[in-house]
Write a protein that binds this ligand. Structure first.
Ligand code: 0O2
Length: 230
């Protein structure tokens, strides 16, 4: 796709290539519907894991599951920032997060358990894992990222589609959501110590996550089987 035309040039170009444009839009929508299908497949798997865990353990391992398809403008922005030529093929081959699912868990060990159970399913192919919980980003960001491929079954074929699954605790989600909002409203320089303070907040939250997990284990360890079923 030509990206350097000025707006009038682009308009003239599009008017002269209307058939190409319509074909392109149809193919783009087809590709997005495949990402939608992949989101449904992975979300269903997560919901089944959630309810099975709930039945066996009388507590929830997943607080919420949200999903989104990356908007066309964000797709273009990301590809341009990475210097990737924009085409339907490169969207598919080069972008990992067109389909995104965010899983929020109560405790840190729930994250690793859910991630392991998902990865172990024989129709899921794990492409990459970034563990920003054991290896937080410089700014304090923590989350467990999995890029997976899942089969979707179409009328005439099966296709493997990539989905990014981000898993985090409620506390990590609180920090990441606010940091994302603040970061996108304004470019943060470190002149007022804001970056450092945000990182300190992330560290405090991580410490609280660890203490809450420890408390849950101590409470569970102190329970008799009868108390456990209350
Ligand atoms: P948005 O608007 O959330 O979609 P890759 O995708 O692997 O080629 P990338 O994008 O560096 O390269 O991957 P990474 O580090 O796994 O980050 C992917 C996503 O994680 C981001 O998507 C964010 O959603 C989230 N993320 C990563 N770092 C941060 C951070 O410092 N703060 C917050 N709040 N979220 C973060 P996008 O496309 O950047 O944004």
């Amino acid at each position: 796709m030509e990206t350097s035309r000025t707006t009038p040039e682009l308009q003239a170009y599009l008017l002269g290539h209307q058939d190409d444009l319509v074909t392109y839009i149809i193919q783009f929508n087809e590709l997005m519907s495949r990402y939608n299908a992949a989101i449904k497949e992975v979300t269903t798997k997560l919901e089944i894991l959630k309810s099975d865990f709930q039945i066996r353990n009388c507590r929830s391992s997943i607080e919420s599951i949200q999903s989104r398809i990356k908007k066309p403008a964000s797709i273009l922005k990301k590809m341009r920032s990475k210097g990737i030529e924009v085409s339907l093929d490169t969207i598919r081959s080069e972008l990992n997060d067109v389909a995104g699912i965010r899983v929020v868990c109560p405790f840190i060990d729930d994250i690793y358990m859910v991630a392991d159970k998902l990865a172990a399913q024989d129709d899921i192919r794990v492409i990459t894992i970034k563990d920003y919980i054991r290896n937080p980003k410089e700014n304090g960001y923590r989350s467990y990222h999995m890029i997976v491929e899942v089969p979707i079954f179409l009328m005439d074929k099966k296709e493997m589609i990539r989905v990014e699954v981000q898993l985090r605790t409620v506390a990590m989600d609180f920090w990441a959501s606010l940091e994302h909002e603040m970061k996108y409203k304004k470019e943060i320089g470190d002149c007022q110590g804001i970056v450092e303070e945000l990182r300190q907040c992330a560290d405090t939250i991580a410490d609280t996550d660890r203490r809450m997990l420890d408390l849950r284990k101590r409470i569970a360890g102190g329970q008799t089987p009868d108390e456990d079923t209350d």
